[in-house]
Design a protein around this ligand. Structure first.
Ligand SMILES: [Zn+2]
Ligand SMILES: [Zn+2]
Length: 465
């Protein structure tokens, strides 16, 4: 036995703060309450509240494109270049800005990072750092005042409004320290103005000019018009993807899944999945769904340019799907009428049942007394078979003694219940007493606990789980 020494009270490893900090229970509510927003947009202030640079980019680019469409001939090579360059610059945003830098859903080699940073600059949507800071806030504070493109403020707001008007509030806090340290992100941020001119306009113009002498076409179509399409393609992720489609994984927020959104956003259309599993390198999880960004990342992985492609465990993904399916089933269940609750039916003695059967057609089946007056003439087996059991126990006859009735017949019969026979069968323990439509039900956990829960049912012998 080692000698027992007296241990002196040592200071705690982490000393408690001198004063309790003000920890808000809900960060968004706390910010909304404590930080004053800019005044609302009105007729008197709207001109000063415009973000003029963004407004200029988003109006001059389509104006140049429309001028080009009417005044410059589109040749086939330039048309192909425009489409290809649309996908290259689109992938700069989706595979680069979004899935690589905002969500870190895979690791990219340096050459791939520089390619995506340059391609993303060609989409003229701000630097990686600025873009990802807003996007991370969008994921943290989806559909709240601190979400920079809050979908609850309307389609137009989430599409372009939030960029054209100076934001009324700063987006919620989001950690971008990893990006601040990232050399490629810093390089792009530093050279951003030159990069957008070079990648947005110069490169497509030079490719078409030197390639097939279509300098003007290169500028107007592969430059301006392509840029217009890339802009609105990305903007649709904030607007259309929060507005059109289904919510197969979760319905807490606005994001939705739709193939049309996927088609117009280079595969970012499965946005309900994305908001639930943002670090997954996929947007579409089924092989036949349109997600060229996923295919591109996968191809880069095969080529040795990308690694550590992240996917959420399939078990967790399917849990989300199951929850939504159960919710839909519950809605269907709530629209239907089922047999009256056994606890709400009167308990009737055998004598009373006999007496009442003289004045109304009552039949006993599986311990329940049924009033068959509305059905006696409708009985597919004929009136006779029902009439002969009035005032009697027809349990055996109903369940096969005379005819083994269908589940539908059993369900319908349960709707005619008017009472429970005193001393009849123990209800709820026998298939005969539970109609087939009620053997499997969708129940809220609170309802299950209210029925079964007792303080000991969840504990072992020592009262600990
Ligand atoms: Zn979103
Ligand atoms: Zn995202």
């Amino acid at each position: 036995m080692p000698p027992v020494s007296v241990i002196e009270a040592s200071p705690p490893l982490i000393s408690p703060p001198m004063t309790e900090p003000e920890v808000p229970t809900n960060y968004v509510e706390w910010v909304v309450k404590n930080q004053k927003p800019l005044p609302p947009i009105s007729w008197s202030n709207w001109w000063n509240e415009l973000n003029r640079l963004t407004l200029a980019i988003l109006t001059i680019t389509p104006a140049i494109s429309i001028y080009g469409a009417f005044n410059v001939k589109l040749c086939r090579e330039t048309a192909v270049l425009s489409v290809v360059y649309y996908f290259i610059t689109g992938l700069g945003i989706t595979a680069g800005y979004h899935r690589l830098w905002s969500h870190r859903s895979y690791n990219a080699s340096k050459p791939l990072q520089y390619f995506l940073a340059m391609a993303g600059a060609g989409a003229v949507q701000g630097s990686i750092r600025w873009w990802c800071r807003g996007h991370r806030a969008h994921h943290r504070y989806t559909d709240t005042e601190l979400d920079p493109y809050d979908a609850n403020k309307g389609f137009l707001w989430s599409h372009v409004g939030w960029m054209i008007v100076k934001p009324r509030r700063k987006p919620g806090t989001a950690d971008v320290s990893d990006l601040t340290k990232d050399p490629v992100v810093r390089w792009q941020h530093c050279w951003y103005v030159y990069l957008i001119l070079a990648m947005g306009f110069l490169l497509p113009t030079v490719v078409a000019g030197l390639g097939w002498s279509d300098w003007r076409g290169g500028f107007f179509f592969a430059g301006a018009a392509r840029l217009c399409f890339v802009h609105h393609s990305t903007f649709c992720v904030n607007s259309l993807a929060h507005w059109l489609g289904e919510k197969p994984f979760d319905d807490k927020h606005t994001p939705r899944d739709h193939v049309i959104t996927a088609l117009v956003t280079v595969g970012e259309g499965y946005h309900n999945f994305h908001h639930q599993f943002p670090m997954d390198y996929r947007n579409a999880i089924k092989w036949y769904q349109y997600d060229p960004t996923k295919w591109f990342i996968w191809a880069c992985h095969k080529a040795g340019l990308a690694s550590h492609l992240k996917t959420f465990p399939d078990n967790e993904v399917r849990k989300g799907q199951l929850t939504m399916q159960l919710k839909h089933l519950r809605e269907t269940q709530e629209k239907l009428t089922f047999a009256p609750d056994v606890n709400e039916l009167p308990v009737i003695s055998w004598e009373s049942f006999q007496k009442q059967s003289v004045t109304r057609p009552l039949i006993l089946i599986a311990g329940f007394i049924h009033d068959v007056s509305s059905f006696v003439d409708e009985h597919p087996g004929g009136r006779h078979y029902i009439a002969k059991y009035i005032g009697k126990d027809a349990t055996t006859a109903f369940f096969g003694g005379v005819y083994d009735h269908s589940n539908a017949a059993h369900n319908w019969l349960s709707m005619m219940r008017v009472g429970v026979l005193h001393g009849g069968m123990q209800h709820g323990l026998d298939d005969k007493s539970v109609p087939p439509s009620q053997r499997l039900r969708i129940a809220q956990y609170k309802e299950i606990m209210a029925g079964n829960g007792s303080s000991t049912s969840w504990t072992d012998e020592e009262g600990i789980l």
